[in-house]
Ligand binder design. Structure first.
Ligand code: ZN
Length: 325
């Protein structure tokens, strides 16, 4: 299972004990079962892209052989996702991607407009749904909200919505796998900003006594972060390149000039453009930040509160300066 953002937050906070409180089972969510102690004869290939697996109480079940199954698998999991698709997954821990040995380090910055910027200047975009598909999704969501609970119509609408969403998440996961393998193959050392995603994506609403500021903007940013699959990309990078991913304190990486080192919030011309007030170096803002991250510069704060500057970047600036991890 790919964890939800909430589960991801728990896994990060308590990596030794990622379990949460038990809760009620819910229909359509996490449907499936696991089969252990698989005998070698219970899995066979029928053709180039079909296979058969023996499922207790059900018998031989055909599936599409979409990728190599290593010899000696001992367990598999059969799941049905919300879009009604059945999957079979054979459990195996793949070997990590070998380091290229070229001594190169890369910095990756999380963007909102683009999913990630590399210090090499590459901008990685997550494929997402087209405007028409997104409009259809909103329409279906409205229809779902009006449908009576437990009705046939509600079930139909929910399935249509789940199919649409599945298309988007499939694309995003595919992208994450390709991007993480590519990065793990090309660079020896991968430096990323140590973002507290749960803090960043926490609702900005606040309470009635203490209403939050910039609630709309923050909500938009939250959607961007969650949709861009940043957390998943980080996790897959760590899986594929264990010991080669370094987390850098992200403080000031977006305000520091990667050419001369000057730190000035005014250098950040806009969301997309960095223009150094000292040396005139101009660059894509996310690429500039990625270069700072690649260099591993964790600039320490020199006292005082920051008054100017974008509100949405680097929240908790003064409390997050706990040094590199
Ligand atoms: Zn400069």
């Amino acid at each position: 299972m790919i964890p939800s953002p909430a589960q991801e937050a728990v896994m990060r906070d308590r990596p030794a004990n990622p379990a949460r409180r038990p809760s009620w089972r819910k229909a359509c969510r996490d449907e499936g079962f696991r089969v252990v102690a698989v005998r070698p004869g219970h899995l066979r290939r029928l053709s180039r892209n079909t296979g058969e697996v023996w499922i207790p109480k059900a018998g031989w079940v055909r599936f599409r052989w979409s990728r190599a199954v290593p010899a000696g698998v001992r367990s598999y999991r059969v799941t049905m996702d919300r879009a009604g698709r059945w999957h079979v997954a054979f459990a195996v821990i793949p070997p990590p991607v070998p380091a290229p040995g070229n001594g190169q380090a890369v910095g990756i910055d999380r963007g909102v407009a683009v999913a990630a910027a590399l210090s090499t200047g590459e901008l990685l975009r997550v494929p997402s749904l087209t405007g028409r598909k997104r409009a259809r999704m909103r329409r279906l969501e409205r229809r779902l909200a009006r449908a009576q609970r437990g009705s046939q119509r509600r079930r139909r609408v929910r399935l249509a919505l789940a199919r649409l969403k599945a298309r988007e998440t499939d694309r995003r996961r595919d992208w994450v796998e390709k991007a993480s393998t590519d990065i793990a193959r090309r660079f020896d050392l991968i430096r990323v900003e140590d973002l507290q995603i749960s803090n960043m994506t926490r609702s900005a609403k606040g309470t009635r006594e203490n209403p939050g500021r910039n609630v709309r903007q923050k909500a938009g940013l939250n959607r961007g972060i969650l949709r861009s699959g940043w957390g998943l990309l980080m996790r897959r990078l760590q899986d594929k390149a264990p010991g080669r991913v370094e987390k850098i304190n992200p403080a000031f990486t977006s305000q520091r000039c990667s050419a001369c080192g000057q730190v000035d919030p005014k250098s950040r011309e806009s969301q997309a453009v960095f223009w150094c007030t000292a040396c005139g170096y101009a660059c894509h803002a996310d690429v500039n930040a990625a270069r700072n991250i690649a260099a591993g510069h964790a600039v320490t704060a020199r006292g005082g509160c920051r008054s100017a500057g974008p509100v949405n970047r680097e929240p908790q600036l003064l409390t997050s300066l706990t040094g590199r991890q």
